[in-house]
Design a protein around this ligand. Structure first.
Ligand SMILES: NC(=O)c1ccc[n+]([C@@H]2O[C@H](COP(=O)([O-])OP(=O)(O)OC[C@H]3O[C@@H](n4cnc5c(N)ncnc54)[C@H](OP(=O)(O)O)[C@@H]3O)[C@@H](O)[C@H]2O)c1
Length: 333
């Protein structure tokens, strides 16, 4: 499976490192994984025989891969010249323009390359267009890592609930907001202090308002609604209230009555991201940086999945997507 990776940051590097360690699992599944190119801002590394995973994993600066680094060349050029079977897209999320990921994904799908991505932006802006394009070209578009990191929500619903009608999805979709609210619940601290601690632990986005004003969770609500509930909604269709006005007094009052305050994304008739009172014995009452998704369907009734929504664990979802692509009916060329 000839593969190009665009975006060699935290997720891109963690993924290469994981595949390097798990290459035997891929081989057992008869997947001949060959990473031929890695694109970053400064240019790309390319070797038609396959880049050495041990070597590229060890590099802090990819351009040091001197004999195969093409400085000043763009990732779009890499996708176009690669004749790859698979694009892995892990550039930063931009939910306003979708770029640069939107162009990378469109380019790949258009020339018949499967896509696995962790980047929410392109899906928030153009879910229908990209899914239709993938279908038209007979290739896969996989995005398990975009919502709730390692939690296999799309795989579970699409593979295990094929006869069910999904009636409602609600969940904790941002681990940083959950960390802050948990800190306020257990330690009685103020929002500002809990936010400061989250920043010191390095778990906030560069722009922390993405976490605390529910922007990141809203992107995930849009992707879930469009992917799992057949909707065609945009970011502004979601009613959004963040957690910055949640006071320690409100948290403590709720606690005295057996409730917690959680930032909940809901996909029902209406779409919203808002702080809600959750009973302490409800399955969505999970603490720290955990994510949780609660699905209500006609047949199974209620299913909750809980786990890590960000960080290194996200790679689990991407490796599974890569294996699924190689097993799909849309055969690798
Ligand atoms: N981190 C997580 O836990 C997590 C979990 C789930 C999903 N995600 C999503 O996964 C994606 C990657 O996250 P990350 O944490 O790995 O981010 P990151 O560390 O910032 O990595 C992104 C990489 O993409 C590069 N890049 C930027 N523009 C590019 C372009 N035009 N062409 C090629 N490369 C470009 C960046 O280079 P520079 O550094 O030089 O700008 C950086 O190396 C994001 O969309 C994020 O929302 C992340």
């Amino acid at each position: 499976m000839k593969t190009v990776l665009i975006g060699f940051g935290f997720i891109g590097r963690s993924l290469v490192n994981t595949i390097r360690k798990k290459i035997d699992i891929l081989k057992k599944k008869k997947i001949d994984f060959k990473l031929v190119g890695i694109g970053e801002l400064a240019g790309y590394a390319y070797d038609d025989d396959g880049l050495n995973l041990d070597y590229v994993s060890s590099l802090n600066d990819l351009s040091k891969h001197s004999e195969s680094f093409f400085k000043g060349k763009t990732s779009v050029e890499l996708i176009e010249k690669s004749e790859a079977d698979l694009l892995i897209e892990t550039t930063p999320t931009n939910f306003l323009s979708g770029e640069p990921g939107l162009t990378h994904i469109k380019t790949a799908l258009d020339i018949g390359i499967h896509v696995v991505t962790s980047n929410k932006g392109p899906l928030v802006l153009a879910f229908k267009k990209l899914s239709n394009l993938a279908e038209k070209r007979g290739v896969e578009l996989k995005y398990e890592a975009t919502v709730a990191g390692a939690l296999p929500i799309f795989t579970m619903v699409k593979n295990c609930l094929q006869g069910d009608t999904i009636q409602k999805i609600s969940g904790i979709l941002n681990g940083t907001a959950n960390y802050i609210l948990s800190k306020m619940y257990f330690d009685g601290t103020s929002f500002d202090l809990a936010l400061k601690e989250a920043q010191e632990r390095g778990i906030t986005e560069k722009d922390y308002t993405y976490d605390v004003e529910g922007i990141d969770a809203t992107c995930k609500v849009v992707i879930l609604a469009n992917s799992l509930m057949g909707r065609n909604v945009k970011f502004n269709d979601v009613d959004r209230v963040g957690i910055s006005r949640v006071t320690p007094e409100a948290v403590s009052l709720a606690k005295r009555s057996g409730y917690t305050i959680k930032l909940i994304g809901t996909i029902d008739k209406d779409l919203e991201v808002t702080p809600k009172l959750i009973p302490e014995n409800h399955p969505l009452c999970v603490h720290g940086t955990l994510n949780a998704l609660h699905i209500e369907t006609d047949l199974a009734r209620e299913i909750t999945i809980i786990g890590y929504g960000a960080g290194r664990e996200t790679v689990s979802a991407m490796v599974n997507d890569i294996i699924s692509v190689s097993n799909s009916n849309n055969r690798i060329k």
